[in-house]
Ligand binder design. Sequence first.
Ligand SMILES: Nc1ncnc2c1ncn2[C@@H]1O[C@H](COP(=O)(O)OP(=O)(O)O)[C@@H](O)[C@H]1O
Ligand SMILES: [Mg+2]
Length: 290
Amino acid sequence: MAEKESKKELKKKLKKKEDKKAAKREKKSLMKLQRMIVTNLDVYYGDFLAVQDVNMEIRPKAVTAIIGPSGCGKSTFLRTLNRMHEITPSASVQGSVQLEGVDLYSDDVDPVEVRRHIGYVFQRPNPFPHLSIQENILAGIRLNKQKLSKEEENELVISCLKNVNLYKEVKDKLNQPATSLSGGQQQRLCIARAIAVKPNVLLMDEPCSALDPISTRSIEDLIVSLKSQFTIVIVTHNMQQAQRISDWCAFFNVTATGEPGRLVELDKTDTIFNSPNKKATSDYINGRFG
Ligand SMILES: Nc1ncnc2c1ncn2[C@@H]1O[C@H](COP(=O)(O)OP(=O)(O)O)[C@@H](O)[C@H]1O
Ligand SMILES: [Mg+2]
């Protein structure tokens, strides 16, 4: 009798384990899709509420630009989308960020996994200076302990370089240090590094702000060409850039220093620039403040 009971128990336990595994698998596969939904998001540095109550949908396979005056929380908000915000000591968030229904802040979601699915490109190009061009692209693969054959590695490097329109320029010097490249080339390399781990979403914080106008245009063209593969969110202080490359535009604002930044309006880029719904948006895009 007791034996029968314990067998039953064991079966139950095994089933629970299986269910958990299946749920985890499902979460992982859902993250392959690309829509993000932010709900009631508050973002803190210690006690300071930096960004308040953001609700927004980030459309899949489109470019969403985040604009707004300096200090309104654009970078802070962007970093919550792949859990980079929490790397800052004492930083925290309340509310939820979902990628296709998976809450990225749920207890059973690994932040490292989140950052693999949602890549990040910094304001200043930051290739690993001690690594070659080729090794920079493979850095994420190595970090994730993905095993590839030499041949697969070479193929990946070439396809990523082609994807960011850099292959022709560097094909004969893949083993040279990444620092031998120009600023614009380095930023394209950083984008290649970000896409090598096959993310769903790419976040970029003013990726052209350190570049000359020609390199800027080539990064802009690249962003537009990448949106058929990735959901892209870009912070930019350059309104022409937002108009040139984004499909959706989110205007953030802050009313006074010490006050939290807020999302004022999110709409199609065309609407934001030609017939915004809020006076604050129209004031900002017409250069009346900020
Ligand atoms: N590491 C930090 N610690 C404390 N406060 C911060 C930190 N980073 C940014 N802030 C504050 O959060 C607010 C939003 O900053 P930020 O996100 O950098 O704005 P933006 O990118 O729009 O210029 C500002 O008041 C800024 O001073
Ligand atoms: Mg910023």
